[in-house]
Write a protein that binds this ligand. Structure first.
Ligand code: SF4
Length: 230
C-alpha cells in the first residue's frame, strides 16, 4: 500500500514523518541496528561514485560551514546538488552535496598505503555518520539507494560492513544520530519548501541553490545580498 495519498501535499507528508520520528524509541532503533549488525571496514565504497553517477551526499548549510578549514570558503567544501541542473551546471536546484573529484568520488576521500580514509572524518556531515542506515519514516530513505534490509524502523543500504557485530553503546549512539538526522532532514525540507513557495529573486547567477536559508549562488552567497543596495 502506498504511503502517499494523492491529495496530500509534500508538507503534509513531512508533518506525518516528523510525528512518526518523534514517537520513535531510541532503544527500538538500536535493537534494529544490532539485529542487522554493522562494522565499517573503511572500504570507502560509500564515498565513491559509480560508472554512471558521481557521488552524491546531502550536506546541510551549517554542516558545510563545519567542514571549512580556516582558509576555505563555502564553495570549497560543497557543490550544488546536481539534480535539476543542466549538463553545464546551470539551473535551479535544492541543497548541497559533498564535492566530487574528476572520478566522481568524494573529494575528501584519500588513499594512502592502499587504505582509504576521510580527510574530514571528525567533521563529516551526519549523512556520513549514519551510513549505511536510514529510518523508514525519513525523507532520506529513498535517495540513499536501494534498501538491502529493513528491520523495524531501520533501513540498511548497500555496504560490505553489514551483518557484523555492533556493540550496544555504538548501536545507541548510531540510533541517536539517525533520529537526529531524520529530524534535521524534515526541518530542512520544510524550510526549503517555504523558500520554494516564494519567487526566486532577480539574479545574474546562472545557478541557484535553494537551501533552508534561502536562495544562493553556486558559491553559497545569499542571492538577496547580491542585489544592489539602495
Ligand atoms: S560502504 Fe560501509 S564499510 Fe564501506 S566505508 Fe562505507 S560504511 Fe564503511
Amino acid at each position: 500500500m502506498s504511503r502517499h495519498h494523492p491529495h496530500r501535499s509534500v508538507n503534509d507528508d513531512l508533518v506525518s514523518m516528523r510525528a512518526a520520528i518523534d514517537e520513535l524509541d531510541r532503544a527500538e532503533v538500536a535493537d534494529a541496528i544490532e539485529t542487522i549488525g554493522f562494522e565499517c571496514t573503511d572500504c570507502g565504497a560509500c564515498c565513491r561514485g559509480d560508472d554512471a553517477d558521481e557521488h552524491v551526499a546531502t550536506v546541510f548549510p551549517d554542516e558545510a560551514r563545519q567542514l571549512m578549514e580556516e582558509d576555505e570558503q563555502f564553495r570549497d567544501v560543497v557543490q550544488p546538488m546536481p539534480f535539476g541542473l543542466g549538463h553545464d551546471g546551470t539551473g535551479v536546484t535544492i541543497e548541497w552535496s559533498l564535492p566530487t573529484d574528476d572520478c566522481g568520488d568524494c573529494r575528501f576521500l584519500k588513499f594512502e598505503d592502499e587504505q582509504s580514509h576521510c580527510t574530514r572524518y571528525d567533521r563529516r556531515p551526519s549523512i556520513c555518520r549514519t551510513y549505511p542506515f536510514t529510518l523508514r519514516d525519513s525523507p532520506e530513505a529513498a535517495p540513499q539507494g536501494e534498501a538491502i534490509e529493513t528491520v523495524g524502523p531501520v533501513v540498511a543500504h548497500e555496504c560490505e560492513g553489514l551483518g557484523t557485530h555492533i556493540d550496544r553503546a555504538s548501536a545507541l549512539t548510531l540510533a541517536d544520530e539517525l533520529i537526529e538526522r531524520a529530524r534535521r532532514s524534515i526541518e530542512e525540507g520544510m524550510s526549503v519548501r517555504g523558500h520554494l513557495a516564494q519567487q526566486v529573486p532577480d539574479t545574474a547567477a546562472s545557478t541557484v541553490v535553494i537551501d533552508s536559508e534561502g536562495p544562493k549562488t553556486a558559491a553559497g552567497t545569499p542571492i538577496d545580498d547580491e542585489r544592489p543596495q539602495r
